[in-house]
Design a binder for this molecule. Structure first.
Ligand code: GLN
Length: 607
């Protein structure tokens, strides 16, 4: 099964391929050679895993996406005071190439517009332009996680035509913002804009900022932690030029775009996102890139000021049913089967608040374990809350796993509305909903039964009615007489055997092999599972008491073989041998007394 995160990104990519609005940047002639169809989306997690869709390996020039990283380098090299004296942090509301300098000081308003970026480049450490270039390249390499080359033709193309930037550089010299040779600083700026990166590189750079300045794959620190929030602040307010306000309003992630078609967006502590699509809107931002970010922000609740809650999810213990089997007394056949197979039942204990990043991690871990797993038990007892999008992804994963024959069940959420409600809301109509258990023991027992259900020779079978509690103490002749009146039927996985609310047909079911779930439908369409029954257990026996309509739904969890007894036939036999009815009713009463005792214990525990 594929991660639902990957599926989501593929769907998103597919839905935006048709968006062909915008134009290639042409003021740098060489940029018109880009293929306008290129389109990639990458997302890198804090532990360095990349989700890639589309043209994520295609190289293109980084352009202005370099600006926050060179600003970061200047901060690291010169300190915040020196840098702030030369370059402001106020959004200009102007286009990237505007000549906006503070009228009093001549300082560029912020480091994300060209004026500020050229000044920033001149501040990188080094006693010559070449030494500065070496430092700048090394710093970029740390953010990306590899050495970068530059696209010479784009560099020369820009250098040969960049008169406006040249004018800006001389203005900066005039106001004393650039100390040395402004043309040397400008050449470094043009070269820095021509670094060749891929969409995945951009996502890694964004992830490094999201990860407090440490590259999530190499583990190397690219920037002192104290500067990270400064860089992200200017990205949030100025990163999208004269679209910055709307961007923060609608998307709400620190971001930076470049005229090569790249955009990065940073989710502090969570994700780095890189998008590449070279057609630009009127403001010089990748048209598809903006759409991708809008959708991601909305669908994954990523707005930094949003209500997604604080993602502090952790995966606690992971163990298997070998370490913690159910408390029932297994027969020796069951025991030896479990010894061999129970490791395929995995418990995962989750903590904290489940948002998109936490759930991404959990699903990834589950996918890694999937090849050796038959059932996952997710213990949500210590989970504080679940965001709607996390619930949706978890539900998609549950359905995906179940298509692969792997069950995902939840435990210990019954009294926890903040968890059960979002999980329930996402179950689609027609889907029987998720299974949840009051405790881990019930869950593991259900999973063990599921394992038995797939065994070639099930260790739990009931060959004769004499193996059933209801026939305990019955003279064998009577049992055999009843047995002869039964019919046998096989049900496929998922098949509904009886349906709650349906008028009774007077049938009693005796499970010979396999396992069923007893479910009560809830008002919102989900099902609450009361119990599971396996070989040697029966259901529908309430017809003995004359009950006609079914109180619960019974559904096959595995392939199930049942013996069916019609109460009509039973009554005929009982008319001749009253002992039959007496013993059955006596056993039924004992069984019900046991159930009642268990129910009382539950009520006491819940109170
Ligand atoms: N090299 C480009 C320029 O200075 C970068 C602009 C951009 O990507 N917004 O014009």
């Amino acid at each position: 099964m594929q991660s639902p995160i990957q599926t989501y990104l593929e769907d998103l990519h597919k839905s935006l391929v048709g968006l062909t609005a915008g134009e290639l940047a042409s003021y740098i002639p060489e940029l018109t050679k880009a293929n306008p169809d290129w389109f990639g989306i990458s997302l890198v997690t804090m532990d360095g895993v990349a989700y890639n869709v589309g043209d994520t390996g295609q190289l293109f020039t980084i352009q202005s996406v370099s600006k926050p990283f060179v600003y970061a380098t200047a901060l690291a090299d010169r300190g915040v005071e020196t840098v702030s004296r030369k370059i402001g942090v106020e959004p200009s509301g102007d286009a990237f190439n505007s000549i906006s300098l503070d009228p009093q000081t001549g300082a560029p308003l912020n480091p994300m517009i060209n004026a500020g970026a050229i000044a920033t480049t001149s501040l990188v450490a080094g006693d010559s332009a070449e030494a500065q270039w070496q430092r700048l390249s090394a710093s970029m390499a740390a953010f990306v996680g590899r050495d970068l080359g530059i696209d010479d033709s784009v560099y020369h193309s820009e250098s040969a035509t960049g008169f406006r930037n040249r004018a800006i550089a001389w203005m900066l010299k005039n106001f004393g913002i650039i100390d040395g040779d402004p043309m040397a600083a400008l050449e470094n700026y043009f070269r820095q804009c021509s670094f060749e990166v891929s969409c995945q590189d951009l996502a890694c750079m964004a992830a490094t900022l999201a990860n407090g300045g440490v590259h999530p794959v190499t583990g190397r620190r690219a920037l002192p932690a104290e500067h990270v929030e400064r860089v992200l602040s200017v990205m949030a307010t100025c990163g999208m030029y004269n679209y910055a306000g709307s961007w923060l309003f609608e998307v709400g992630m620190p971001a930076k775009s470049g005229v090569g078609g790249g955009i990065i967006a940073v989710l502090p502590g969570r994700f780095g996102i890189g998008i590449f699509s070279p057609k630009l809107d009127a403001k010089g931002n990748s048209a598809r890139g903006i759409e991708v970010c809008k959708r991601l922000s909305k669908d994954f609740s990523l707005h930094v000021f949003g209500r997604a809650g604080h993602p502090s999810m952790a995966l606690g213990r992971v163990y298997s049913a070998i370490d913690a089997p159910s408390r029932r007394q297994p027969s020796s056949a069951m025991r030896s089967y479990l010894m061999e197979h129970a490791r395929r039942i995995k418990y995962l204990c989750l903590h904290g608040y489940l948002a998109v990043d936490g759930i991404e991690y959990i699903i990834r871990k589950m996918l890694q374990m999937a090849s050796d797993t038959h059932s996952f038990i997710l213990d949500l007892h210590q989970v504080d809350g679940v965001s709607d999008c996390a619930a949706r992804l978890l539900n998609e994963a549950r359905l995906g796993f179940s298509r692969d024959g792997i069950a995902v069940v939840f435990t210990r959420i019954h009294a926890r509305k903040s968890i059960s409600q979002p999980l329930r809301r996402v179950s689609a109509k027609g889907d029987r909903g998720y299974l949840s258990f009051e405790d881990n023991d019930l869950a593991v027992e259900w999973c063990e039964n599921r394992l038995f259900g797939e065994a070639a020779h099930s260790p739990v079978t009931a060959a004769s009615l004499a193996d059933f509690l209801l026939f305990k103490g019955m003279p064998l002749v009577l049992t055999l007489q009843v047995e002869a009146a039964t019919t046998s039927q096989v049900y496929a996985i998922g098949e509904e055997i009886v349906t709650a609310g349906q008028a009774g047909d007077g049938r009693m079911y005796f499970i010979e092999s396999g396992q069923v779930s007893v479910l009560v439908p809830l008002a919102d369409g989900a099902h609450h599972r009361i119990t599971s029954l396996s070989a040697g257990m029966n259901f529908g026996e309430m017809v003995l008491l004359g009950q006609t309509s079914r109180t619960a739904t019974v559904c096959a969890d595995t392939e199930v073989r049942c013996r069916i007894l019609e109460s009509r036939k039973l009554e005929q036999m009982a008319a001749e041998s009253p002992l039959l009815k007496i013993i059955l009713l006596e056993n039924l009463a004992k069984d019900m007394a046991n159930s009642l005792r268990r129910a009382t214990q539950w009520i006491a525990a819940l109170a």
